[in-house]
Design a protein around this ligand. Structure first.
Ligand SMILES: [Zn+2]
Length: 328
């Protein structure tokens, strides 16, 4: 039986148009193993496994092997015509991601970059041999390395719940699955000329949803203010307070009603107020946040994916993070 439906769409590199179905096997009533021969010049024989809902296939299976082969081919045709089962393999996901544009959401940091006044600037120096106190050099030792001295909350950084809550999750405990999430971006820049310290409201979020759809559960919600452009251009103004930020009501709405997993923003803090109500609430709920993000103006309001990583410090309560977006 020839499978015309394979024609170059879903499995272009694996199955060519007119592939021959050589054998059909059922496994556990839920998957089909198909032996296929490609009609390409190599004529390679390959096995594929497809998962179907068992009932209709098994019912027809009893009608005989000829019918089974027909149903199997038909089922494949239908499956491949619709959004496809085979498309959820990891190899397909990687191929899709590699074809997408990536945007770095992380500032480069140095001893001179903005930091909260209570922490002070980082220092970085060539690491020394503790016995000789001489710095390692490529010329002398074949390698070099740097000794860093800085607060964890430096540059673009993660605030894990344990930053504010003594029994909260530490950096090493945040599940890996919380480090790759759908990304939604609220662009507050049109509101700032009139209200430079605007705090995002529930109404702002609902207006966003009218245009872009309901925020997906498990999302990472980011706040765009374009403050990040001052990171190097005007670091003193970047550190101002107050600054555009979230309202506590909006934060509660996002986590309680929309079930977001984490938030991020361009400023060094979460709140427009001195009392840190929103930051305290988020971290006490055992959610993490990313601060001092950048390039949110290069990411669409919806449809991107964020990947956030940080070093696995034992019981870590904050550290520079690396975040990037995969654009749709
Ligand atoms: Zn922070």
């Amino acid at each position: 039986m020839r499978c015309r439906a394979f024609a170059g769409d879903v499995l272009p590199t694996l199955v060519t148009e007119g592939a021959q179905v050589d054998a059909v096997e059922f496994q556990n009533g839920v998957s089909l193993n198909l032996k296929l021969t490609n009609c390409d010049s190599a004529g390679t024989s390959r096995s594929f496994s497809f998962k179907f809902r068992p009932d209709p296939i098994l019912k027809l299976r009893r009608m005989g092997s000829v019918m089974t082969r027909f149903v199997a081919a038909l089922a494949i045709s239908l499956s491949l015509a619709a959004p496809c089962i085979a498309a959820d393999t990891l190899a397909d996901a990687l191929r899709i991601i590699q074809g997408k544009e990536l945007v770095d959401l992380t500032h480069t940091f140095s001893p001179t970059t903005p930091v909260w006044g209570g922490f002070g600037q980082a220092t970085m120096s060539a690491a020394c041999d503790p016995k000789t106190h001489q710095p390692y050099t490529i010329e002398h030792d074949g390698f070099r390395t740097t000794f860093y001295s800085m607060v964890g909350q430096y540059g673009t950084h993660v605030d894990p719940p344990a930053h504010f809550r003594s029994d909260g999750m530490t950096m090493d405990e945040i599940p890996l699955k919380q480090m790759i999430l759908p990304l939604v971006v609220f662009d507050m820049t049109p509101m700032l000329p009139k209200d430079p310290n605007h705090a995002l409201t529930i109404d702002d979020i609902k207006a966003w949803e009218k245009e872009h759809g309901t925020i997906p559960a498990g999302a990472f919600a980011a706040l765009r203010t374009d403050m990040s452009k001052e990171w190097t251009a005007n670091p003193e103004h970047f550190k101002r307070s107050p600054f555009p930020a979230w309202s506590l009501a909006a934060i509660k709405f996002l986590f309680e009603e929309r079930k977001v997993t984490a938030i991020g923003h361009e400023s060094l803090d979460t709140d427009t107020t001195e009392t840190m109500d929103s930051e305290t609430w988020i971290l006490h709920q055992n959610h993490y946040q990313i601060e001092a993000m950048t390039n949110l103006d290069k990411v669409p309001p919806a449809g991107a994916v964020i990947v956030v990583t940080w070093p696995k410090v034992d019981h870590g309560v904050g550290f520079p993070a690396r975040a990037f977006a995969i654009l749709p």
